[in-house]
Design a protein around this ligand. Structure first.
Ligand code: IPM
Ligand code: MN
Length: 354
């Protein structure tokens, strides 16, 4: 892309979202001025507060507007006074689906100075990326109730995958593994011993595509339960993991905690041919809202991922290096209220270093 001026939608969202996004934007601006490009922001106030005030979750017109921008920078979605599911489905999942962001890219990387709950493991051991399929599987909402409210009630929620969905996700993962150029190993995480239709499709496609078009990439297969075990015991085995939507959701929370938790874990909802959206994996953390104690590093790392995606690689690397320096030499902990600095100060520390 690399076109020196980018139009970015900023969706701060709920809870601590606006606080972390402010620091993310601060660091993005520092990177933009250092590396000579411009970021033009358009703010959108979608989230719980707007929904409670107006009843509107996400107007169709907003989706059309967002489709014309270069990227979306999101804070957090989720409000304690709104029933679970309304905002998540109405904003986050709807954007992922309508913008066809079929990849959820979630790096699991332990930065220097950050404590991990994994005994005896350091930054050299925890450095891999999860490619989570982001528009299919159990998230399609295919299913329903029958005889609801009776003792014979049935509830069905189907794991739906087309060959097309599986294939485009696998191809992205193979390409990513090649480009990352670490151990060139792609691990498929599935459950072929029980989900004998869906993960059979994944596994066949994985080997067919790999054999034919990516002979330079080593292929491994793990069941999802075993994946969890090895992510804890031998995270150094992994380079890139590819998996379906639900498994990807679950294992990336596990991954996040091994890299220091929700304060640092970033992700990107990617449409390789369209508009992508970058968001911290953690939620809106209502209890810390407005206290200037939340850790903004996840949002700042999202900024780095966004610039990487836009083709501003030098600026992206500079942000990541600055974050590493701050974790290595400054922060006492990554936990909210335990950093030894406020939210805004952490943003300043990173921005100065960029
Ligand atoms: C995530 C979140 C979402 C998901 C929720 C909020 C719908 O947990 O981004 O991982 O399940 O994808
Ligand atoms: Mn999740």
């Amino acid at each position: 892309m690399n076109k020196k001026s980018y139009n970015i939608a900023v969706l701060p969202g709920d809870g601590t979202g606006p606080e972390v996004v402010r620091e993310g934007v601060k660091v993005l601006d520092a990177a933009a001025s250092k590396y000579g490009f411009t970021l033009n922001y358009t703010h959108y106030d979608f989230g719980g507060a707007r929904y409670l005030a107006t009843g509107e979750v996400l107007p169709d017109s907003a989706i059309e507007e967002l489709k014309k921008l270069d990227a979306i920078f999101l804070g957090a979605i989720g409000h304690p006074e709104v029933k679970p599911g309304i905002l998540e489905k109405g904003i986050l999942l709807r954007l992922r689906f309508e913008l066809d962001q079929y990849i959820n890219l979630r790096p699991v990387k332990l930065y220097p100075g950050v404590e991990t709950p994994l005994k005896g493991k350091g930054p050299q051991d925890i450095d891999y990326v999860v490619v989570r399929e982001n528009t299919g599987g159990l998230y399609t909402g295919v299913g329903g109730f029958s005889m609801k409210g009776t003792e014979h009630e049935i509830a069905v929620q189907s794991m739906v995958y087309s060959r097309h969905q599986v294939e485009r996700c696998l191809r992205y993962a193979f390409e990513y593994t090649r480009k990352r150029n670490k151990t060139k190993t792609l691990a498929l995480c599935g459950k072929t011993n029980v989900l004998t239709y869906v993960y059979d499709l994944w596994e066949r496609a994985f080997h067919e595509i790999g054999q034919k078009d990516y002979p330079d990439i080593k292929r491994e297969y793990y069941h999802v339960d075993a994946t969890c075990m090895w992510m804890v015991k031998n995270p150094e085995w992994f380079d890139v993991i590819v998996t379906g939507n639900m498994f990807g959701d679950i294992i990336t929370d596990l991954g996040a905690i091994t890299q220091g938790g929700m304060g640092i874990a970033a992700g990107g909802n990617i449409n390789p041919d369209g508009v992508s959206m970058f968001e911290p994996i953690g939620g809106s953390a209502p209890k810390y809202t407005g206290k200037n104690v939340i850790n903004p590093l996840a949002s700042i790392c999202c900024g780095s991922m966004m610039l990487q995606h836009l083709g501003e690689e030098k600026a992206a690397d500079a942000i990541e290096k600055a974050v590493m320096d701050v974790t290595a030499t400054k922060l006492k902990s990554l936990g909210a209220g335990k950093m030894g600095y406020s939210t805004t100060e952490v943003g300043d520390l990173v921005a100065e270093r960029v």
